[in-house]
Design a protein around this ligand. Structure first.
Ligand SMILES: Cc1cc2nc3c(=O)[nH]c(=O)nc-3n(C[C@H](O)[C@H](O)[C@H](O)COP(=O)(O)OP(=O)(O)OC[C@H]3O[C@@H](n4cnc5c(N)ncnc54)[C@H](O)[C@@H]3O)c2cc1C
Length: 472
């Protein structure tokens, strides 16, 4: 166990911390730094060893921030109204509107708050995705952001306990006395801020919403987000928010590791392929819309297939049309040979690809637009970019559902206080980040808003926790 503290008092069971924060991801560090800067003695408890600290935040690249004029890291303007429309479009209105508005309004302060604490940003991105206007990219990614925040946190006297999972919370009548560690010790606090992420790494809990198929999910992020704290909060009367089976899941290479594969295992070739299930049947329109608008449904689609596996099949033209993933595709000179390598039924695969090829229209496809080049007579049809898979060699990517994060969490108010089942806020319990993101994101996803929710509510939780302690 590593300890970094000016006053080594973790082992003093009678010591009462002003603030304990559970989880050293983006939300936890934002909360801890804010509380400490306001004068609170602050302890951060992190389940992972130091090298693996920071949960899913390690894998991130950017956050989405509103701004009325160009900043040093964002171009042009991204107004409240536009951001709000974008959020309503993806959530279809399943959100707490007051908290959603608060998140967008407060997103203004995030990049400068982080910069002032050592986080560096890339110059605004150029390019066709237009992300340089809406999303600020961390120089060196999420890991560099974490390192900078941890360095700052240490410099202002925040204590860390790594390799230490909180296993339970001591809560009586909506008041938290402290936390229980794996070795049975209790650490006491005046305020508890829970920022322990979602429960996406707990396949048993996922199975309650998804059934047995959950065992075949790959977890794109940390193995430490098991939902222990969320479960403890719910058992002790916190009001849940969001549905058990709502999650962000994309199709990733089936060869990716069970945990922590990160962003490099995502397969972006679906729009230029025919995607077959293990029975060599196509099951969804691969060309329904531009990939950035569709990639997040493919985790769920693959999860719905037998054994939760699928195969994207391309020819030597199709394979050039997207950014390669970290895994080289499986390659063969014939479709039959490729099917054999992928353990697909050979005759059925050849038949499906033949039928697909015959149903494709003549002429080249144009991937820059929704070109309407659709197959005819198939079920389902491919409605854009339908080009025959004819030119060897042929390529195949095995696909599995890759879960990014879950949405079910605890309800909070605008002070980041956890709401209990009687509708009242708990006296000294706060939540920020993925553990409460379902308040804002009831469904759908907007790239970069995960880090924004964590940053905004982390700052609010830290300020609120400190306010009553330090009379600010
Ligand atoms: C591959 C990938 C890419 C992503 N890219 C982006 C992106 O570019 N932009 C974006 O906005 N979002 C992105 N996200 C989502 C983003 O990671 C989350 O929204 C954000 O990191 C959540 O921050 P957090 O602090 O709430 O949780 P986390 O960063 O996951 O931190 C939670 C911490 O709690 C700790 N913990 C858990 N249980 C316990 C316990 N019982 N005791 C002690 N500690 C515990 C964990 O070890 C972890 O360190 C991505 C996610 C993934 C998986």
């Amino acid at each position: 166990m590593h300890m970094y503290t000016k006053k080594s008092n973790h082992n003093d069971n009678n010591h009462i911390w002003d603030v304990i924060v559970i989880g050293a991801g983006n939300a936890g560090l934002c909360a801890a730094i804010t509380a400490s800067e306001a004068g609170c003695s602050t302890l951060v408890i992190e389940a992972a060893p130091k090298d693996m600290r920071g949960g899913n935040t390690r894998h991130t690249r950017n956050l989405r921030a509103m701004h009325d004029e160009p900043t040093d890291v964002l171009t042009d303007a991204y107004s409240f109204e536009e951001y709000y429309d974008d959020l309503m479009r993806v959530t279809k209105g399943v959100t707490n509107h007051d908290l959603a508005k608060l998140t967008l309004e407060k997103s203004v302060e995030l990049t400068s708050w982080l910069s002032e604490r050592g986080v560096r940003f890339q110059p605004a991105l150029s390019g066709t995705l237009n992300l340089g206007r809406t999303n600020a990219f961390f120089l060196g990614g999420g890991r560099a952001l974490l390192n900078a925040l941890c360095r700052h946190a240490k410099s202002i006297g925040i204590s860390f306990l790594y390799d230490t999972a909180v296993t339970d919370l001591v809560i009586e009548d909506a008041f938290c006395e402290g936390v229980i560690l794996g070795d049975g010790r209790m650490l006491r606090c005046k305020k508890l801020i829970t920022t322990a992420g979602g429960f996406e790494a707990n396949l048993d809990w996922l199975a309650e919403g998804w059934g047995d198929s959950a065992k075949n999910f790959l977890v794109r992020g940390t193995p430490y987000n098991k939902g222990t704290i969320l479960k403890a909060l719910l058992e002790k009367g916190a009001q849940p928010v969001g549905d058990l089976d709502q999650c962000h899941a994309v199709a990733i290479d089936a060869r990716a590791p069970k945990y922590d594969g990160g962003i490099a295992s995502r397969i972006d070739g679906v729009p230029f392929s025919a995607v077959l299930n293990k029975d060599a049947k196509r099951f969804y329109d691969e060309g329904e819309d531009f990939w950035p608008k569709r990639y997040a449904i493919w985790g769920r689609l693959v999860a719905g297939q037998p054994d939760q596996i699928a195969y994207a099949i391309l020819d030597s033209e199709g394979v050039k049309r997207f950014m390669p993933s970290v895994f080289t595709p499986i390659k063969d000179d014939t479709i039959a040979g490729l099917a054999e390598q992928l353990s697909l039924p050979v005759e059925d695969t050849v038949k499906t690809i033949d039928e697909f090829n015959k149903a494709c229209p003549a002429g080249p496809i144009d991937q820059q637009i929704l070109d309407g080049k659709a197959t005819e007579g198939l079920s389902p049809n491919k409605t854009n970019w339908a080009a025959p898979i004819l030119k060897p060699p042929f390529f195949g990517f095995p696909l599995r559902p890759g879960i990014t994060f879950t949405y079910m969490g605890v309800e909070v108010n605008e002070k980041a206080q956890i709401i209990m089942s009687d509708g009242k806020p708990a006296a000294n319990l706060y939540a920020a980040g993925e553990i409460m993101a379902g308040n804002v994101l009831g469904q759908g996803y907007l790239a970069g808003i995960g880090m924004t929710i964590g940053g905004v509510f982390g700052l609010i939780a830290g300020r609120q926790a400190a306010r009553t302690l330090t009379n600010q």
